[in-house]
Design a protein. Structure first.
Lengths: 262, 414
């Protein structure tokens, strides 16, 4: 049975060279070269593996960006995704999590009938971690978060959902929205052939209006979330160094006992 | 070509990620633990789909050669006149540059196996010989060695060559010692270059080449030498003591395959390829040295300020940047020429190799100097790169041989 999977991917400033925060908007400046969020590469890999296992179907990417940046999308296309929908519109600047979810939900519908929508649990630059559930709600689909593995059995998705203690076995009917935990699969390197092919793969570039959304519902205009303040993270306090003179273990035991972890 | 294209940039990034993740962690074992490089190279090739594309292009080439042999295709439209996509050429150069940022020896091991050895058989072998040996070399399923140098014949490779082949009925009996043979200890397939001994004086003997498989009776492949640098490229000797071979192992199945100007031209063509490859290797070494030196110049403080504030350090950085710019331009021009099928002349290849080798060695040495005491410690990569860069001035023709080739051309009368 062919599987068609939509993967939501975000293009973010390279964490190795992240640029800076804009003091006026209190958001990250995005006028630098953007790359595929590493957190999304696990979802792309998971989707490619599921399509392979199903023996047919394709992976479609969905992304939004204030400008028509495609650098990060090309990486995912080079890995093996078939096509992409890119929502590119200046009106998107300043979108909050819900605004983003509205746009992504419409773009997912535009991408066609998906058996599965895969996202990361959160982006590496925004970290709200709420978009996957908002997308699921807007699409009226079941949502499973923190998947460490996904198995498709007919019209049922079986997920091992990561918890603090281990994992839960969770099931949902297809289609469903599933967020994938980072690090659970090894994202493939794009092959040279894949890189060459990526340029000619279709990227359906659309505006907010093309999706039938009101420009007031997204961007700064539609944002109901406000960033009040940005502050430097507190520097960590220096740790305690214990010289081990044969009794070091006892001090460790006492330390852990003080923390009430043992 | 003035800069990397968008696809080439993607390939650079993904190869660099691979090298940093999959190869860099093995640097210690490759450098000091005698880890052979072949499995890592195989992993790199299969990861990027190069094994599959080598198979596909080999099948196409052989089908074409068979069609020409059967008179069904015209050999005039052969490879000699075909232009290639610049990306395709660049994709073969980028892994060389990126590997050299970490482990130049791996490029030597790879280049000798997939380049020199496979090309020698591809250039002069019969179709049957190509099918028997070349594909496995191109996919790295088999490791290749190209055996020309002998204990008493280095730069004067053919003049003082002592290795011999003697006819014996339908067979040949091979004898000789070869040294400094890259991949020698691990080679599965060896191209053995020697002279046909017909009882005539050594100077008059024809040069012939044979393809040998490891394990043949009378063939010894001792363990690798200890050497100054490129530890990830195993180098050894080969001893042949009455190795009996059939005509099927004589390259081209003809004693004339390598004689006359055809053989010399073939050697020159492979030297040209080898020499232009050195520019890419030098670029990788210089690029990494400069990157490390810039970081160190910012972080290392002496006399209360970063050492990058001192003019003598600035001079070193500036010289490194100039070398990098020149090498990159050289590599770009080689890529463009190869894509447009403009051959690099033997003298230009020598000039490029001379410059590349000298600048890589100078930059890496200066990098050690810039790092001071730390630079002399193997924990800091520049120490390895300096030892590795030195070989570029020696192999594939010493600096002195390149200089004499350039001068001979300058002084030649029209």
């Amino acid at each position: 049975m062919a599987m068609n999977i939509v993967v939501c991917v975000k293009q973010i400033p390279d964490p190795a060279d992240p640029g800076e925060l804009d003091p006026n908007t209190k958001t990250l400046k995005r006028d630098v070269k953007l790359i595929l969020d590493e957190a999304d590469s696990y979802g792309v890999e998971m989707a490619l593996q599921l399509v392979d296992a199903a023996g047919g179907g394709e992976v479609t990417l969905v992304s939004m960006a204030p400008d028509d940046e495609v650098g990060g999308i090309r990486t995912a296309l080079a890995m093996g995704a078939a096509k992409a929908v890119l929502v590119s519109d200046e009106a998107l600047v300043g979108s909050d999590a819900l605004g983003t979810a509205k746009v992504l939900a419409k773009a997912i519908e535009r991408a066609g009938d998906a058996d599965l929508v895969i996202t990361a649990t959160e982006s590496s630059d925004g970290y709200t971690g709420t978009v996957p559930e908002q997308v699921a709600e807007l699409l009226g689909l079941p949502s499973i978060t923190f998947a460490k593995s996904i198995e498709v059995d007919g019209n049922t998705i079986k997920v091992k959902r990561q918890t603090e203690a281990g994992y839960d076995d969770v099931e949902a009917p297809t289609p469903a929205v599933i967020s994938v935990t980072a690090g659970v699969v090894e994202p493939r390197y794009p092959s040279f052939k894949g890189i060459m092919a990526a340029k000619s793969k279709p990227v359906d570039e659309v505006t907010v209006a093309d999706l039938g959304l009101d420009a007031d519902a997204v961007g700064w205009a539609g944002a109901r979330q406000e960033i009040v303040e940005i502050a430097t993270a507190e520097t960590r306090e220096a740790g305690t160094i214990i010289e081990d003179e044969g009794e070091g273990y006892a001090q460790i035991v006492d330390f852990l006992a003080d923390l009430k972890v043992i | 070509m003035i800069k990397w294209s968008e696809e080439q940039e993607m390939v650079r990034k993904t190869v660099r990620d691979f090298v940093d993740t999959e190869i860099r962690p093995h640097r210690e074992e490759l450098e000091f633990g005698d880890l052979p490089p072949y499995d890592l190279l195989r992993k790199m090739f299969s990861t990027f789909g190069l094994t599959d594309s080598a198979k596909a292009s080999f099948a196409k080439r052989i089908a074409r050669e068979k069609a020409i042999e059967a008179g069904e295709a015209n050999s005039d439209e052969g490879e000699g006149t075909r232009t290639r996509d610049e990306n395709t050429v660049a994709f073969s150069v980028i892994p060389i540059i990126e590997l050299c940022r970490v482990c130049p020896g791996m490029v030597t091991a790879m280049g000798v196996s997939m380049g020199l050895t496979a090309s020698a058989i591809q250039a002069k072998g019969t179709i049957a010989q190509k099918e028997r040996w070349v594909l496995d070399l191109l996919t790295l399923d088999k490791v290749g060695a190209w055996a020309i140098t002998e204990p008493d014949s280095g730069s004067d490779a053919f003049g003082s060559m002592k290795a011999t082949a003697r006819r014996d009925g339908d067979e040949y009996v091979l004898n000789g010692s070869k040294t400094f043979i890259t991949n020698g200890p691990y080679a599965d397939t060896i191209v053995f270059i020697c002279k046909l001994d017909e009882g005539n004086p050594a100077a008059d003997r024809k040069v012939v080449q044979f393809v040998l498989d490891s394990g043949m009776e009378g063939l010894e492949q001792p363990k690798a030498f200890r050497k100054m640098g490129i530890h990830s490229s195993p180098t050894g000797m080969l001893f042949l003591n009455d190795v009996r071979v059939g005509r099927d192992r004589l390259l081209g199945e003809s004693e004339e395959a390598f004689s006359g100007s055809g053989g010399r031209e073939a050697s020159k063509a492979s030297f040209s390829i080898e020499r232009t490859g050195v520019a890419a290797m030098a670029l990788g070494i210089v690029d990494r040295c400069l990157e490390l030196c810039i970081d160190y110049s910012r972080e290392r403080e002496q006399f209360g300020q970063p050492i990058g504030q001192f003019q003598l350090i600035q001079l070193k950085l500036a010289n490194m940047a100039v070398a990098k710019m020149n090498l990159q331009n050289l590599v770009f021009s080689h890529i463009e020429m190869a894509a447009k099928n403009v051959p690099v002349s033997f003298t230009d290849a020598s000039a490029a190799k001379l410059y590349a080798a000298q600048s890589a060695a100078a930059v890496a040495n200066e990098a050690v100097q810039l790092f001071g005491g730390n630079g002399y410690m193997s924990e800091y990569e520049v120490e390895q790169l300096a030892r590795d860069a030195k070989v570029l001035q020696i192999y594939a023709g010493t600096d002195e041989i390149q200089i004499s080739q350039i001068a001979r051309n300058l002084l030649a009368e029209d």
